[in-house]
Write a protein that binds this ligand. Structure first.
Ligand SMILES: [Zn+2]
Length: 285
């Protein structure tokens, strides 16, 4: 079986992984340098791919931030890749690398890897980080809707709440991303400089705990809507904030278990950094 490369392109890091029978055998992670613009990011993607390639690969699967057109491989205008507008990344990379390229939304890729590993046929992947992303698997397949289903970060949880970067008011993303942790910490006079608030995890004082309790309560509101809409077997939570699972999971489950309408799905937190790239590589199967 030929080897494949999966690439996870995020707003801050690009991770390229060479897979042999779905096992990671070579990994390269470099900075995205999103602020330097499109040409720099594309150069970094190519360089990451070349440094893991063994010359025997059958293709490359790439997870990119949405919104995008996965069939044509066109990236529309992702908020965390400034300067990208309707970029035909699939054609660009095929010309540069001379290989089969498949492009998919990054959170859909994560959802595909969970599908492969956990074998739940209906599942949702959520990423909690700079923003909040979603991927929906229904009956073992990515659900794309007309094109961009799964923008679960933009479920409205408070119509009178904070304004989201997307322009709507009260999106889950404003309450379950790193911005939310920063805001909740500030309200409690806790100073946080790290974007995912790692310092706060180490503090272990009462106020820091309260930050994550409120965060969990807000996340629960979004997860209830997801459960009521899709009733999946599994919700898998990834992204940088997943490392706070030991603070989030207990208060989250306490609220979800009291849902009078329906039982919550199984909730797991993902910490393996290769999962996004694995899911991207699975696109080639
Ligand atoms: Zn929004």
């Amino acid at each position: 079986m030929a080897n494949v490369i999966g690439v996870d392109v995020g707003g801050t890091k690009i991770r390229a992984v060479l897979f042999k029978n779905n096992k990671a055998v070579k990994i390269k992670e470099i900075k995205t340098q999103a602020k330097k613009g499109k040409a720099a990011v594309i150069k970094n993607i190519v360089s990451a791919i070349k440094s893991v390639s063994d010359g025997k690969i059958k293709g490359i699967g790439i997870g990119m931030p949405g919104p995008l057109d996965s069939k044509k491989g066109i990236i529309h205008n992702p908020p965390n890749l400034p300067g990208w507008k309707n970029v035909p990344i699939k054609d660009i990379l095929r010309k540069k690398l001379g290989m089969k390229i498949i492009v998919e939304n990054d959170v859909n890729c994560l959802a595909l890897s969970v599908l492969k590993l956990k074998k739940s046929k209906n599942l949702i992947a959520l990423t909690l980080g700079t923003g909040v992303g979603g991927g929906i698997i229904i009956n073992n397949k990515i659900y794309e809707g007309r094109e961009n289903a799964g923008e679960l970060g933009h479920i409205i949880i408070d119509k009178n709440g904070y304004r989201c970067n997307c322009g709507n008011i009260g999106c889950l993303e404003e309450y379950a991303s790193a911005r939310a942790i920063q805001r909740l910490a500030k309200q409690r006079k806790l100073k946080v400089t790290d974007p995912v608030a790692v310092e706060l995890l180490a503090k272990k004082n009462k106020r820091a705990k309260q930050v994550y309790e409120q965060f969990a309560a807000d996340l629960a509101a979004g997860i209830k809507t997801i459960n009521h809409s899709f009733n999946p077997e599994l919700i898998a939570i990834g992204g940088g904030i997943a490392k706070a699972d030991f603070l989030i999971k207990k208060p989250l489950m306490k609220i979800l278990n009291k849902d009078p309408l329906m039982k919550p799905p199984k909730i797991i937190f993902l910490k393996n950094p290769n999962l996004g790239a694995l899911g991207a590589s699975l696109l080639l199967n």
